[in-house]
Design a protein around this ligand. Sequence first.
Ligand code: FAD
Length: 509
Amino acid sequence: MLAARLWARQRALPRRVGFSTAALPHTSLNPVTEQDVAHFSKFLAPNSIISTLSPNPCAPDELETYNNDWIGRFHGQSTTVLKPKTTQEVSEILKWCNDHRIAVVPQGGNTGLVGGSVPVNNELILSLANMNKVRSFDPISGILVADAGCILQSLTDYVAPHNHIMPVDLGAKGSCQIGGNVATNAGGLRLLRYGSLHGTVLGLEVVLPDGRILDQLTTLRKDNTGYDLKQLFIGAEGTLGVITGVSILTPPAPQASNNVILALPTFDNVLPLYQTVKRQLSEILSAFEFIDRTAYDLAVKHGQGRALSEEDTKGAECFVLVETSGGRREHDEEKLNDLLELLLSADKPLINTGVLSQSPAQFISLWALREGVTEAVSKEGKAYKYDISVPLSSFKEVVDNTREHLRSKGLLHDKAVKYVLGYGHVGDGNLHLNIVADAYLPEIENALEPYIYEVVAAHRGSISAEHGIGAMKTHALPYSKSAISIELMKKIKQVFDPRGIMNPGKVLE
Ligand SMILES: Cc1cc2nc3c(=O)[nH]c(=O)nc-3n(C[C@H](O)[C@H](O)[C@H](O)COP(=O)(O)OP(=O)(O)OC[C@H]3O[C@@H](n4cnc5c(N)ncnc54)[C@H](O)[C@@H]3O)c2cc1C
């Protein structure tokens, strides 16, 4: 009976073409019913329920933004989105779902790039968007406690008047939520300077799958009292519980920030350049970001930031954006100028030229060239995105070899793959390898996988440096994790979520 009802609902919803949608791995899980929605309406406000199953059903297209992911590759068919406003409401939802074996997908800003934030089938979507209040901020310690649904940009704006910044920053900051950042252990543009969220997150409030509230929302800098459970939820991608509150250490805002884009004649110069920049700028270096020529050209083509002059980009094979954050503008500018002088006056200069920002607007514009690559790629076509960790010295080789591999398969032409490009956080050893195609096609995916994962494994790298596993890479986990690691991960999942209701089909197969 249940199976028949589930099938009928799937047919009623628009089904987009998306080859990645899979069957729910846990056949024992149930779909949401009218009775479930009637139960939720007893304790949720009417505007916290968007469902085709409620007495006032929503139009199916109202569910579109929740069912489809940012890159348009993963598509769910959920009938119901709940948007609780309190931790208690989240607790009641999860308790009901656990008792009735209903699968739940926690959703933040839905900017994830590995299909983790949308259902693989018709799971219930639990959106944190209505939990968006700052709970407290201590300007002395810089410790911020906020609801998980706060948008990263709004938290940045909140702490700015107190001369603090968020320790994490990424291109999706206008939409992604702090809970989503923690759930994906987002890296981003400031990791080089402020470290990962495993260090800056001080405490979490998490609703466990059975509805119990795990209150670890401490604001302590030091707490050595046995197992640090919060670490398990950082990067768990919603498979162990729903994060509802985050306590995070925000660093003091730098008194001066500068940036410069350096145009390099050859990729071979990136590593020696990194060494020189680190040595010369030492404590004020806060970002060292790499963009290859194709990525730069696409960013410019799609209006991300202001293009450098033709003269500045002539003969450049790639670009590096260097940011400094320090305590005194004159001191930092002097250091940057000394660096540029040194680079340009060398017998065999590592760079062709450097464009230094001269105003806050130019600072933003130079950053936009780098931050805007993700958006430019999505405007250009359908992107296969691999965020991998490989030795810095092999960044270019990996991009070039992938391009040649696709060419050898006859897939590098206008009707299939248009661009193969690389960019990323050199300082963190993280390469974003993007393959931009006209459409998502099985033959392209088959050519890319397991090819790319085998390349990563050969370098003893990671198949996911920051975006996570989501639904996209569950099958590829063994390329980066040993059998023992995966066995222990499954046991941990079993301890927290014995009924398997939390984000099924994500992280673990
Ligand atoms: C333009 C652009 C630039 C990006 N740049 C970067 C970058 O530099 N570095 C980087 O790491 N990522 C980057 N990303 C990827 C993405 O923005 C991050 O993964 C981000 O942290 C996701 O946050 P979100 O709120 O959108 O989460 P969602 O996409 O909604 O969810 C992501 C995962 O977290 C889970 N989740 C969300 N909220 C919760 C919660 N409260 N409790 C439990 N689980 C939850 C979801 O179930 C899902 O598995 C970028 C994305 C875009 C579109």
